[in-house]
Design a protein around this ligand. Structure first.
Ligand SMILES: Nc1ncnc2c1ncn2[C@@H]1O[C@H](COP(=O)(O)OP(=O)(O)OP(=O)(O)O)[C@@H](O)[C@H]1O
Ligand SMILES: [Mg+2]
Length: 255
């Protein structure tokens, strides 16, 4: 049995009398891409914010490499190697790729000067590592001139720099064209090749089916399904399941 790099057990989150999460178990194995699916308001973002330590669960346990973690926080989450990419909100579009990758973690040289040359070399290495193939862009390129998919790449490169072993992508392709989505997928595959794990949240079931190897469907704060790609069989089967989940409770009871 492999020990998951991270495991959530019985996580609940209530806002007053409303339960956003009603007891969720989720684990991520090393080197695995997990697809997290569910309707709007199902609780996906709440769950990954708990993973990131930015939201405190009402109850439940978090285990890192099999050991219970206490006082879970953003710092603890980062120390456990978890980095979350929240669409492209976190990027400074007027700044260069290298500035964005190193933002807040600039390499200092003698007298506290920024070691720009080292940063550029490292940015180049990271861009290659995640499969940035476009010859048009260098670490000096301004992020605002990159396409949506490439911007996701910069955000992913930044997460890798932080030594993430789990990168969480919350709807990284929602606003993107097919070509741009393909770029993000290419980056995700490269990250996986390097042995890191990924949690991929998406609305397009075809996309998520394509990229992930295990699927967790959240419905109204609970896990409605958890299956490997082999168990699900096809994107079509996954869509049918999702449609069934989306039916109101009484419709499902009658059916
Ligand atoms: N701060 C809050 N106060 C009250 N309710 C909240 C708060 N944050 C989230 N919720 C509720 O928790 C539920 C889960 O929201 P969440 O954002 O996790 O859903 P989601 O699955 O990410 O949806 P989407 O696909 O639309 O991004 C929703 O019903 C939401 O209204
Ligand atoms: Mg969300």
């Amino acid at each position: 049995m492999t020990t998951p790099i991270i495991e959530l057990r019985g996580i609940t989150k209530s806002y007053g009398t409303i339960y956003a999460l009603g007891g969720v178990n989720l684990h991520v194995n090393p080197g695995e891409v997990v697809g997290l699916l569910g309707d709007n308001g199902a609780g996906k973002s709440t769950l990954i914010k708990i993973l990131a330590g930015v939201i405190k669960p009402t109850s439940g346990e978090i285990l890192v490499n099999g050991s219970a973690a206490s006082n879970w926080s953003p710092a603890r989450s980062r120390a456990a190697g978890i980095e979350t990419v929240y669409q492209d909100r976190a990027l400074a579009v007027q700044q260069s790729i290298v500035r964005n990758i190193f933002m807040g973690r600039e390499l200092a040289g003698p007298f506290g000067w920024l070691n720009m040359r080292k940063q550029i070399a490292e940015a180049e290495r990271l861009m290659r590592e995640i499969g940035f193939t476009s010859k048009v862009f260098s670490p000096h390129s301004i992020v605002g001139q990159l396409s949506g998919g490439e911007r996701q790449g910069v955000a992913i490169a930044r997460a890798i720099l932080k030594q993430a072993n789990l990168i969480v992508l919350d709807e990284p392709t929602t606003a993107l064209s097919l070509t741009e989505t393909a770029k993000v997928f290419h980056f995700v595959r490269q990250v996986r090749e390097s042995g890191r794990s990924i949690v991929f949240i998406g609305h397009n079931i075809h996309h998520v089916f394509d990229i992930a190897e295990r699927f967790v469907v959240i419905d109204r704060g609970r896990v409605a399904m958890e299956k490997t790609k082999a168990e699900v069989g096809s994107a079509h089967a996954l869509i049918e399941f999702m449609e069934d989940v989306a039916k109101p409770h009484h419709a499902r009871e009658i059916a």
